[in-house]
Write a protein that binds this ligand. Structure first.
Ligand code: PLP
Length: 333
């Protein structure tokens, strides 16, 4: 059994902390039939030095989740801060000392036949130990999919709606069967949208380019991190503009970004090497910075991480001298 499916994992389900094996839904659940749920994906990164799990931008994820819930008329009746607190509590109750993935899920929970929705909603937050999602250390081979990215006026791609992920599943399944590591989807205009589960960046003529959020892409939080790190820390010009498919073949660097994938270099597209087929310098640096931030190493970006274990433990690890002085003052040795 994989750690992801350990039935004893404590999850937050419909208002209580329960073991995963007790978090069950009925076969007639509306969301199971019609895809009427909204989910999120949040990472927590373990840092050895501080003995801490840092949740990466949980408030922004929960803010997005609540907004997206609104698109389906699903109200999650807690604030982003309260939801971040529940997530930290899950880390503590499960005593996770590893990288983790958090899956908040809100869904239409009425158990009956019929597509029309009502106000019966439920939500859960599940956290599991989680390593690499795509093995991208050596760079990926991506393929442009024949499936088109869903259109905003059909199912909004930005909303992270459960049923919308049939689009991603079809594209990524085809890509893997064809020998690619990941699919790149074009939108209905034939321009580059994103990967099946991630946003896409290209370096061209020294500039960092990504499709705008109006091209039927998810408004990625990793995408936002990358745009800020690239412009503020690396001094790169970051541009949001439509991207042609053939630009993928002539760009200098390509990489994918997402909570699950992290920063994944693409070194081949449709059997063509990206430049010389090696991971480029910009990709390497973005990736390095991102993981430094994610593990709480960059003070300027501590605002993006929320420690799951009590701060006292991490403060002790972070500043042993200061802590020793404070303890001495309190008469503790
Ligand atoms: C379709 C799609 N695009 C992009 C992303 C990346 O978004 P984020 O960086 O917020 O995880 C995801 C992540 O779940 C996704 O499913």
């Amino acid at each position: 059994m994989t750690p992801e499916s350990d039935p004893n994992t404590i999850v937050y389900f419909r208002g209580s902390y329960v073991p995963l094996r007790e978090a069950q839904v009925g076969i007639l659940t509306h969301a199971l039939h019609y895809g009427t749920g909204v989910f999120e994906g949040i990472r927590g990164y373990w840092d050895d030095a501080e003995h801490q799990v840092f949740l990466l931008r949980p408030r922004e994820h929960y803010q997005r989740w609540k907004q997206n819930g609104g698109i389906l008329h699903i109200d999650v009746p807690l604030t982003p801060d309260e939801l971040s607190g529940i997530t930290a509590e899950l880390v503590r109750r499960n005593a996770f000392h590893s990288d983790i993935y958090v899956r908040p899920l809100a869904w239409k929970c009425a158990e009956r036949i019929g597509v029309s929705t009502d106000d019966q909603n439920a939500f859960a937050v599940i956290a599991v130990p989680f390593g690499e999602y795509l093995h991208s250390e050596k760079g990926l081979h991506a393929g442009v999919s024949t499936w088109r990215r869903i259109e905003d006026n059909a199912i909004p791609a930005r909303a992270k709606i459960c049923g919308a992920y049939v689009n991603s599943a079809l594209a990524s399944d085809d890509a893997r069967r064809a020998g690619f590591d990941e699919a790149i989807l074009l939108n209905e205009n034939g321009q580059v949208a994103e990967g099946a589960t991630c946003n896409l960046f290209m370096v061209r003529k020294g500039e960092l380019i990504t499709p705008p959020v109006t091209e039927n892409v998810l408004e990625g939080i990793t995408r936002d991190c990358v745009m800020e790190l690239a412009s503020r820390e690396m001094g790169l010009k970051v541009i949001e503009r439509p991207m042609d498919r053939s630009e993928l073949y002539i760009g200098e660097e390509l990489f994918l970004t997402g909570t699950a994938v992290g920063i994944a270099p693409v070194v081949r597209v449709d059997h063509r090497p990206v430049k010389d087929g090696a991971i480029g310098a910009v990709t390497r640096e973005v990736r390095r910075l991102y993981f430094e931030v994610a593990r709480g190493h960059l003070r300027a970006y501590r605002k993006w991480v929320v420690p799951a274990f009590p701060a006292a433990t991490s403060a002790e690890q972070l500043e042993p001298e200061a802590t020793a002085v404070a303890l001495a003052e309190m008469g503790v040795r």
